[in-house]
Design a protein around this ligand. Sequence first.
Ligand code: DGT
Ligand code: CA
Length: 359
Amino acid sequence: MQKIIGLLDLDYFYAQCEILRKPEIRGKPVIIVMPSLRENSGAIATANYEARAQKIRSGMPLSLAKKLASPDSVFINADKPYYEELSQKVFEIVDFFCEKVEQVSIDEAYFELTNASDFEKAEENAKKIKQRIKSELGLTCSVGVGPNKLIAKMAASAKKPDGFYSVRPEQVDSFISKQKISSLFGVGPKTEEIFKKHGVQLVSDARKYSKKDFVEWFGEGNGAKFYEYVFGNDLREIEANREKQQLSRMITMKQDSRDFEFIRQNIDFLAEMLYKKLVELKKKFKTVSLIIVTERMDTVTKSRTKEQPIVSLEELKEMEYTLLKDYLNEAFSNVRRVGVRVSNFDENTGLQRKLLEFK
Ligand code: DGT
Ligand code: CA
């Protein structure tokens, strides 16, 4: 199967979080400061693009940023717990769409799109994630899609902010060869200097050297790695590291319908698939949701929470049927897609032994 990977990177993240809760500062240069206990020191965590236009950068001393900043600039002390809360919400959206998510920092994660039937479908899914983050949370991000982590990351960096860029397997070579060597993933100022000493400006310039040269310049590990990278190769897998907050399965039905029996059969199929996964992960849950996408592409979610964790497939199905009846009583549209979701996982307990015997 063709591996397809996405990389999501939130734009000027800390600054964007502040603008979200203080809309009046949008459009002004916004600079986030990591305060220091010493008077007048402190460093810049990040700045929005308006501030970057004044040459203000992450890591810069506060004193220098103050000199560069225009009088209408807004300086704000970093509020990490608030940014972490928003970050959690962002990656819950990614979790909802993708099974394998590897968070690499407060504002960046790789996600697996391999399940999509082809690149076009994977691109659609990645765009949906981006749109959902915008519509639900009001945050913009840059998303790259590619056949491996290296390409996904570089694609995301190539179009910032609020960008979307997909590099399909047949485009990898032309994409990567014209990138500056400094934008190759993992190349810092020291590595860049060594490359430049050998006349390497663009990634394609590096290809005239052998792997032996690379190893000589950068050592065994890094040399071999960069040698693969300049040809766009990267075998690193996604290391899923997020505790799932919810799990779901969705399907587009064979035809649009409002028929209870017909939709129920689709729900049974999804519930069985999902329950199998839950048993595998040894997860118990208290909340069950039914997700309906109507023929007009509106999404409706109905949920119910029990006090005690739900411990059988039958119980899960019964709850879904009730939610479906509720939906059919309230809404008139035909159902196009249907989804079964569970959340609110029980922290301490795994599924009991007898549930593990579920076939
Ligand atoms: P971007 O992705 O270029 O639009 O801008 P940011 O601000 O999202 O930059 P990124 O992705 O490198 O870093 C994410 C957040 O991490 C950023 O909003 C603030 C924090 N951060 C980045 N660099 C530094 C740093 O040098 N010092 C401190 N304290 N925090 C940093
Ligand atoms: Ca970022």
